[in-house]
Design a binder for this molecule. Structure first.
Ligand code: GLC
Length: 680
């Protein structure tokens, strides 16, 4: 049951697709109070209560024990004390033996989630705007709660099938020649590949919707050539439009009055990569249309996928903020600066970027209402995503496009996926990526993944290999790294053979993983789940923080520590362990329920399968398009006949019907642990 409670006059967010009447009775469970405009919900937590949700946020799968702020932020070096990340997903499920319910705060401004931080036994949720719809979801199980949330907010985005292939990315690829070298590097070494991302360096002076004519003399030809080799080019698009007369998107944007303005009516400008930029008011429908059409030249050149970035929006500096910092420096020049003065100077410069004052200095117009940006801040990236998806649909309504964004809000999960932002080459960020995934799924973002290998700082070979082993299972499997960091293309490393085999396992599993993804998306399910969703009565499973359920009947437990050569893990029931070294070389082990120490040398990683369920492996291939998905090896642990419904489609149909694409695979295993050849 979903109930809606309205407080004041909520700002439109586009998150809910279900229109419900507002309840007249008070919101149950919470003590509701006001402090000025703010609305505060307080709730005593049960000792055993676990909290799932908040999508993209730091720390564990269970969100209890920290303070999180929903405030979309460009946070390059986030750590476990970072309160805000790139997206805001205000959905949280309370789960204890005494009660189960989910709460969604449909609020586009700052929301603070004090989840046992100020007091360990209390949750305090505060909305700064204080004008919002709150939805309460009460269902019989965690899985049903997740499903109900999707009923409320709409179906998850469907990427094209090729987007499940391996994607190579790096900030710095600046020409057709360099991209070709990367493509050849993979192909020559037999490393499967489906896409190469083009970061800002492909653009002319970092201006959106342009490309360097000397470095990419004929983009259409280049796209076609790469596509021949089954490799897609995936350019980046940033939110800000360079404020330069004569630059077409700026001129046409001005003509359409598309840019956000300050209170005095002047254009709001802040610097991002190209220098000073203007920011489209994506909350206006006409602006979304104008922006969505700007993708056209790239689409016409043959591009079928994009990543949208810097759309929190990230602001490097404004004139006002730099002036304030320099005047602080002037004040201190020559005189003796004690440490406090010196720190204030550092703070003044550090605070130039993404300054709250700047977010309060411009206005937007959602549905004809004039609203100061900070009150709707968290919608910015989401509506950029909608603008792009709407543009792609207008260009070609007959197919799916790849789209993933850095910033997001609930609702954007209908239009695109997200990547998990600028992580570092840290083991702790490998764990963070794993822990974030089920909560992203709970909030509707199924197509997701982290920068494999880590974006910032220098990766080590073993860390990249362990990242890839997680990436084998994430829908978005992209290796991405920052300018000036150690080269991170797989073919550059001494353990290339291990890495190649890991990626080849992804391709052997691709038809199966795609099937699991599509079934989850089309039935409002979750591709990744915390173990608690499948084993709610098992306290050990409920407390598990470093394993995930995948699809209908699988579980993953990657190695997350350096030099570990294995790990401890918990099996809630008897399962088959497939310990992969390559698509051809793996162990099949029947494991009883309970605690295990499994040995996993650097090139090995496990997939667990519940009894009487099957996993399908295909022979693999160099790309998703050249896979043989008729010839399978089914792996299972079974004491009776087993069946699996394999979802297959053309990989591009934007509105596929589940029932039309299922092929039943029926298996009659002769042994408990079986390996059966199937031709479909
Ligand atoms: C941002 C993005 C990163 C990208 C860089 C340059 O930091 O998050 O992925 O490589 O900008 O465009």
């Amino acid at each position: 049951m979903i109930r809606k409670y309205t407080f004041g006059t909520p700002l439109p967010t586009g998150a809910a697709v279900l229109s419900l009447p507002a309840e007249t009775s008070p919101l149950p469970w919470f003590d509701v109070s006001r402090e000025g405009e703010k609305l505060r919900l307080t709730l005593a937590l049960h000792p055993e209560e676990r909290l799932f949700g908040l999508g993209e946020s730091v720390r564990g799968i269970n969100k209890r024990g920290f303070l999180y702020r929903s405030w979309n932020s460009d946070v390059f070096s986030h750590t476990e004390s970072t309160e805000s990340l790139y997206g805001s997903h205000n959905f949280l499920v309370f789960f204890s033996p005494e009660r189960l319910f989910g709460i969604y705060l449909d609020d586009p401004g700052l929301v603070t989630w004090d989840l046992g931080y100020s007091r360990m036994d209390t949750a305090v949720i505060t909305s700064e705007n204080g004008q919002l719809d709150i939805y309460l979801l009460e269902e019989n199980s965690l899985t049903e709660t997740a499903r109900a949330f999707r009923r409320l907010t709409g179906k998850s985005y469907l990427p094209p099938r090729w987007a499940f292939g391996y994607i190579q990315s790096r900030w710095g690829y600046a020409s057709e020649k360099e991209i070709r070298t990367v493509a050849d590097g993979h192909r020559k070494q037999g490393i499967p590949l489906d896409g190469i991302c083009m970061d800002i360096d492909y653009m002319e002076a970092f201006r959106n919707f342009t490309w360097k004519k000397d470095a990419f003399p004929d983009l259409k030809r280049f796209c076609a050539e790469m596509k021949e080799e089954h490799i897609r080019l995936i350019p980046i698009i940033d939110a800000g439009i360079a404020a330069e007369e004569g630059y077409e998107p700026y001129d046409s944007g001005r003509e359409a009055d598309a840019f956000c303005r300050k209170a005095d009516g002047s254009e709001f400008r802040a610097a991002v990569w190209p220098g000073f930029c203007c920011f489209p008011d994506f909350l206006r429908k006409d602006v979304r249309r104008w922006f969505g059409d700007l993708y056209r030249p790239l689409l016409e050149a043959g591009v079928e996928g994009f990543w949208n970035d810097m759309n929190e929006p990230a602001l490097f500096y404004t004139e006002e903020r730099t002036a304030a910092a320099f005047s602080r420096a002037e004040e201190l020049r020559g005189g003796h600066a004690d440490y406090e003065a010196l720190w204030s100077l550092k703070d003044a410069f550090n605070g130039i970027a993404n300054n709250p004052e700047d977010y309060r200095s411009f206005w937007q117009e959602p549905e004809g209402r004039r609203v100061r940006h900070d009150r709707v801040h968290n919608l910015y990236g989401a509506f950029m995503t909608h603008a792009s998806a709407e543009g792609f649909r207008r260009f070609d309504p007959g197919k799916r496009f790849l789209l993933f964004s850095r910033s997001s809000f609930i609702g954007a999960h209908r239009s695109g996926g997200i990547w998990q932002g600028d992580n570092f080459s840290w083991w702790s960020h490998l764990k963070l990526a794993l822990q974030m995934l089920p909560n992203l799924n709970l909030c509707g973002f199924l197509y997701s993944g982290c920068d494999l290998g880590g974006f910032g700082c220098n990766v080590t070979e073993d860390l990249l290999e362990r990242f890839l082993q997680l990436g084998v299972f994430t829908p978005l499997m992209r290796n991405h790294s920052a300018l000036h960091t150690r080269d991170q293309e797989v073919y550059r490393f001494s353990i290339l053979d291990l890495m190649r085999n890991t990626i080849r396992v992804r391709y052997a599993l691709l038809p199966f993983l795609y099937s699991e993804f599509m079934k989850a998306a089309l039935t409002d399910g979750m591709y990744f789940r915390p173990l608690a969703f499948d084993y709610p009565e098992d306290p050990r499973a409920v407390a598990t923080e470093d394993q995930l359920m995948l699809g209908e009947a699988c579980m993953i437990a990657p190695v997350l520590e350096q030099n570990a050569a294995g790990r401890y893990m918990y099996l809630p029931e008897e399962m088959l362990m497939i310990r992969f070294r390559s698509p051809e070389d793996y162990d099949l082990l029947e494991l009883p329920p309970g605690d295990h120490r499994i040995s996993l040398s650097l090139g090995e990683f496990p997939l667990f399968v519940r009894k009487n369920h099957a996993v399908l492996l295909c022979p693999g291939g160099d790309s998703s398009e050249t896979l043989n998905d008729h010839d399978f090896t089914a792996l299972c642990l079974a004491d009776r006949p087993v069946s699996y419904d394999l979802y297959r489609d053309d990989g591009t149909d934007p509105a596929p019907l589940l029932s039309e694409h299922l092929t039943r695979v029926s298996l009659a295993p002769a042994d408990r642990v079986a390996k059966i050849h199937v031709v479909l």
